[in-house]
Design a protein around this ligand. Structure first.
Ligand code: NAD
Length: 384
């Protein structure tokens, strides 16, 4: 599990609108496919590196195993600045990249999905390019698509729903109620925004929210709907009239019961871990707690629900979309919600029980559960 099965680097030549051709670099990585086809997003980012894609693919091997869905770990992307590209350039880049990695793709081999700076529109271009190359529709070759081309209802909020499921399960396991819990959320994007709504509707008090431009705080609880309208108008949660301005550096020091980092990796470092007030951290983002901070939180008795468990609702929904495409049948919303909730609850209980049995952190227990499942698949295949 220390080494990826396959790392493919491709040149992605793109004709810019002004006529010049620029060659970008892209990758697709298969980390471990013992449990099923590679599952993992496509990221467009100016600082993307091969090493980062490999590390993210390894995380996907563990994440798919923790929630026990029949996929292996994959990841891909292109080093580019999507904000500097026109829509036409972005489409040409996506199609050229897809042509470059097409031999890897297929519903039984490798099923991409959106990630940072890619969305359902990018997935629709990817699907269309594969269909053109194959000379016909290939159901289930990509997930996170628009509904119009075989996407799934409830896909977009699935990561947030899974995080909230983990908040509920962790509070219950710790013997604490959900109602009235004071929650701090970092990030108000695709994950953080629906998360704040779901937490508020579960009866929590969302007392502080930060985004890249600033933070707002109200110990009585923020009106999340009004905050979202303010963010839509101004582009940030900063300056919200229903809360006091807060230095984002002070976010984790706010008096609270639960902290939910839903923005960046490395968001809670050693010194922030020392002053963090919450007794429960649920990692909605990937890698938000640094290893040094993890040690501090463990010493202080703060429970951390790790990313490979907490934010696995999105990949679980991707599995449901793939299954529906393969079945040729669209599940009802209630069925999707029920199955997502059950998958997350079962994964949480498995990890919680294993952590108690072994006397280790939830992060270590999630890693043990995941590695055991991948090892069982390798053994069943006769690899060991
Ligand atoms: P996004 O780009 O939609 O939103 C990111 C949010 O974080 C924005 O509100 C941004 O302003 C904020 N932010 C950025 N820098 C910040 C800073 N320094 N301080 C405070 N806030 C800051 O991204 P997203 O899709 O919501 O993803 C958030 C995290 O969740 C990432 O780590 C991502 O890898 C992880 N994740 C996302 C999904 C998904 O379904 N989108 C699934 C699994 C994991």
């Amino acid at each position: 599990l220390l080494h990826p099965e396959r790392v493919v680097e491709v040149a992605v030549p793109v004709r810019l609108d002004r006529g010049e051709v620029v060659v970008f670099t892209g990758w697709r990585v298969h980390h471990n496919l013992a449990r099923g086809p590679a599952k993992g997003g496509i990221r467009f980012h100016p600082a993307l590196t091969a090493g980062e894609v490999v590390a993210l693919a390894a995380d996907m091997t563990l994440k798919t195993a923790v929630v026990d869905i029949p996929f292996g770990g994959g990841k891909g992307g292109v080093r580019c600045d999507p904000a500097a590209l026109s829509l036409g350039e972005l489409e040409r880049l996506t199609r050229r990249y897809t042509v470059g990695i097409a031999s890897l793709l297929g519903p039984d081999r490798d099923v991409p999905a959106p990630d940072v700076n890619t969305d359902e529109r990018v997935m629709a271009w990817l699907q269309d390019t594969v269909d053109l190359l194959q000379g016909g529709a290939v159901p289930g070759v990509v997930t996170g698509k628009p509904l119009a081309v075989g996407g799934m209802r409830l896909h977009s909020g699935a990561t947030a729903s899974g995080v909230v499921r983990c908040v509920r399960a962790a509070l219950s396991a710790l013997g604490r109620p959900v109602a009235g819990q004071r929650v701090v959320v970092q990030g108000f994007g695709k994950v953080g925004r629906p998360l704040a709504f779901l937490l508020a509707s579960a009866g929590c008090r969302v007392v502080a929210v930060a985004d890249v431009a600033g933070a707002t705080w109200n110990p009585a609880g923020l009106d999340v709907g009004a905050l979202a309208s303010h963010a839509d108008r101004t582009g940030s949660v900063a300056g919200f009239a229903g809360g006091a301005a807060l230095d984002p550096a002070e976010l984790w020091a706010v008096e609270a019961d639960v902290a939910v980092p839903a923005a960046l990796e490395g968001a809670i470092d050693r010194s922030q871990a020392e002053t963090l007030r919450a007794r429960l951290v649920v990692e909605a983002a990937n890698g938000p707690v640094t290893p040094a901070a993890d040690e501090v939180l463990a010493r202080r008795g703060v429970t951390v629900v790790p990313d490979i468990l907490a934010n696995a609702g999105g990949v679980t929904a991707s599995y449901f979309e793939w299954a529906q495409n393969r079945q040729g049948y669209r599940w009802e919303e209630a069925l999707v919600a029920e199955r997502l909730g059950r998958t997350m609850d079962e994964a949480f209980q498995t990890v919680w029980v294993r952590a108690e049995d072994l006397g280790v952190s939830l992060r270590d227990a999630a890693g043990v559960v995941a590695v055991e499942r991948v090892a069982a698949a390798l053994e069943a295949r006769g690899v060991f």
